[in-house]
Design a protein around this ligand. Structure first.
Ligand SMILES: Cc1ncc(COP(=O)(O)O)c(C=O)c1O
Length: 378
């Protein structure tokens, strides 16, 4: 099938890079290619491109440029946050949830022989139980809380302001994986004074892959997980990916500029999709919280078990429509999603995640519905 005829509804896995972003990046590969650590003009030029980018990103988050450390993406940012918390801040416990992304869950697990890893209760919509979190915080002084801003599979948003206040009350540390929300929602770190770490990845907002950053609150005693040169204020050795940093920054600027318009477009498409799905498949169930505490880009839906619903993502793929079965980062795997298991979804009901961007349109929704009807109602 011609790529132009295909339909992409897997934007929580990755988004297409915008053309403007690509053109912004090219000169930093061909002309301004110097090593930012070099002291000659080639190096100074790329160094200043990095520092301009850092400042622009910091302005979006209302934090200081020195609080932004560029990484290879969300996974590395999460790993760095945990590394600093355990090895430099010497936290006594990690408190997280079973619905977190594997980049948090497996990182937390890698420390479980050193310190306890505790899981806060979540309800059937993926919402964190704040009373249980408070009890865990009271029982575990000097711990790291790692709870994501929005869940990448079911879209449930965590109340980060309330978590921030609780963590502050108990003088603990707070990491939030904002990979699915940065550049989709305005995040004001000046109002979230107890967030110590926040992770971001550019390919979730139409930027390049392999680039992201970790916000590290000023005054947090930190150390580098990747050893080597003094790049990134000695917090992440290795020659910086200059073109990707510049590309990520433009992608974020474009997203911020159009944030409300993009949000309105995606919300309208998601609403239309929900209505049309229910019209044709009245028995379906939506997973995760619905309404305003739900990330507007994601719709996770379970279908009643049948022979044809079993292989739904594959059957849609054959028709040229990309959706995800569970978490995108484990795509290709048909194992039941750890998030759906954690919220108690029935594992005999096959679920798909449809994730929408402002580049999708209503015609694509109709083609998705038609394909689902062909697969499920034949
Ligand atoms: C919530 C969340 N955290 C972390 C990651 C990993 O980010 P990256 O692909 O940049 O390593 C993803 C990617 O799917 C994600 O959705």
């Amino acid at each position: 099938m011609d790529i132009k005829e295909k339909i992409y509804f897997d934007n929580a896995a990755s988004t297409p890079m915008l053309e403007e972003v690509m053109y912004e990046m090219i000169p930093y590969m061909r002309i301004a290619f110097g090593n930012p650590s070099s002291t000659h003009s080639f190096g100074r030029e790329t160094k200043s491109a990095i520092e301009f980018s850092r400042k622009k990103i910091a302005d979006m988050l209302k934090c200081k440029a020195s609080e932004i450390t560029f990484t290879s993406g969300g996974s590395e940012a999460n790993n760095l946050a945990f590394y600093i918390a355990v090895n430099s801040l010497k936290v006594n416990a990690i408190i997280t949830a079973k619905t977190e992304h594997k980049a948090v869950l497996n990182t937390a697990r890698s420390y479980q022989e050193q310190i306890p890893v505790l899981y806060v209760d979540i309800d059937k919509n993926g919402i964190v139980d704040l009373d249980h979190l408070e009890r865990l915080l009271a029982e575990n002084p000097n711990s790291l809380v790692s709870l994501m801003h929005a869940n990448n599979e079911i879209g449930t948003l965590h109340p980060i302001q309330k978590i921030n206040a609780l963590v502050s009350k108990y003088n603990c540390y707070f990491h939030t994986d904002a990979v699915q929300t940065f550049a989709h929602y305005p995040i004001d770190l000046s109002q979230l004074s107890n967030i110590h770490f926040l992770s971001v990845s550019a390919h979730k907002f139409h930027g390049p892959k392999g680039i992201g950053f970790l916000y590290i609150k000023k005054g947090t005693k930190s150390l580098s997980q990747i050893k080597g040169g003094p790049q990134e204020r000695e917090l992440r050795a290795g020659t910086e990916n200059v073109s990707a940093i510049v590309g990520m920054t433009l992608a974020a600027e474009l997203a911020y500029k159009d944030l409300e318009d993009r949000k309105a477009t995606v919300l309208a498409l998601r609403e239309e999709l929900k209505i049309k799905l229910l019209e044709h498949f009245p028995l379906i169930k939506f997973n995760g919280i619905q309404g305003e505490n739900s990330l507007y880009t994601i719709l996770n839906v379970s279908f009643p078990p049948s022979k044809s619903s079993d292989m739904l993502p594959f059957a849609l793929d054959i028709k040229g429509i990309a959706v995800s079965a569970g978490s995108a980062c484990s795509s290709g795997s048909t194992a039941f999603s750890h998030v759906l298991r954690a919220i108690g979804s029935r594992d005999d009901w096959p679920a798909i995640r449809i994730s929408i961007s402002h580049l999708n349109n209503s015609n694509e929704i109709d083609r998705l519905i038609l394909a689902l009807k062909e697969i499920l109602l034949k």
